[in-house]
Ligand binder design. Structure first.
Ligand code: ATP
Length: 288
């Protein structure tokens, strides 16, 4: 099956600043992909490259088997909602839907109307008068009604209150299931990512630190706890991602293919997605 996104040696510089470095990815279709990492890691840059809004300075990227933004057919397959959920301030909600219908050959007008009614937006209201959360909902509606094969969101739920956020993510999951689409969403909210994503990319310091199916990543990472001496030398087959030493003891997040605990004086525990992400982000920060 054609990967939804494939990158080889992908890099992007802004002048002398590296925004993305040597990025290799091959993401299978049908996944909800969480893109996480600290501020300035390169997440928006990767998403904009995937939409064809900017061009790489090195390497290659293909989305749904083609160079991003090559032609109208390819553009129609991708729905993108940028970080600031842009809408046209002077246009009404209904105007946005009319424009969507005019510009997109696969536009699903019924889906758009149903969703606008569901979230309680007044079709006559100007988009410039909507709240941040309502703008995000309108932008999501326009992106989804294109019926794209891939939805790309840059921090989609950032402006939403907790209740709206939960509703938004539930809607998003319904759409993805209905459309049979893939989605990539960047987010700082690890609990959201844990709830909806089945594939994870951790980006830090402009590089991919780790990427893969969430279940596999969680199977392959463990936390070992014990005294600092006990954890100084580990058996073969363990790559230390991050070590934390305090006066009360040490804890090490390791990457391993071993399913069973190694014999040793330490405790061995599973980790959650948040601990995994933080371990890779802390390692990247320490290596800068
Ligand atoms: N148009 C631009 N011109 C110059 N530098 C840029 C531009 N866009 C991004 N950068 C720089 O590239 C790096 C990556 O930025 P990017 O916006 O991709 O990060 P991000 O991970 O999305 O951050 P955040 O979580 O804060 O949104 C940063 O150092 C940023 O300052």
């Amino acid at each position: 099956m054609t990967p939804v996104l494939e990158a080889e040696g992908l890099g992007k510089r802004y002048g002398r600043r590296r925004a993305l470095t040597d990025c290799d990815l091959s993401i299978p279709p049908g996944r909800v992909i969480g893109l996480v990492g600290p501020n300035g890691a390169g997440k928006s840059t990767l998403l904009q490259l995937a939409c064809g809004l900017i061009k790489p300075t090195s390497g290659t990227i293909t989305v749904l088997g083609q160079r991003p933004g090559t032609d109208a057919a390819q553009l129609a397959k991708v729905g993108f909602v940028a970080q600031d959920t842009p809408v046209y301030a002077a246009l009404s909600v209904a105007d946005h839907l009319r424009m969507g219908a005019h510009l997109n050959p696969g536009w699903d007008g019924q889906l758009a109307q149903r969703r606008i009614a569901q979230i309680g937006l007044d079709p006559k209201q100007r988009a410039g008068r909507l709240s941040g959360g309502q703008r995000a909902q309108l932008a999501l509606t326009v992106a989804v009604a294109k019926r794209p094969d891939l939805l790309i969101f840059d921090e989609p739920a950032a402006a939403l209150d907790p209740l709206a956020r939960r509703g938004f993510l539930e809607n998003l999951m319904e759409f993805i299931a209905d459309l049979g689409a893939s989605a990539i969403l960047s987010s700082h909210a690890l609990s959201d990512v844990q709830r909806v994503c089945d594939y994870l990319i951790v980006l830090a310091d402009s590089r991919v630190q780790v990427a893969g199916e969430v279940t596999q990543l969680l199977e392959r990472h463990r936390r070992l706890s014990g005294s600092r001496n006990e954890l100084e030398v580990l058996p073969p087959g363990f790559e230390v991602v991050h070590a934390d030493h305090t006066v009360n003891g040490s804890s090490v997040v390791v990457r391993t293919n071993r399913a069973a605990a190694p014999s040793g004086p330490w405790q061995w525990a599973e980790i959650d997605l948040e601990a995994l992400v933080l371990a890779y982000m802390t390692r990247a920060e320490a290596q800068r």
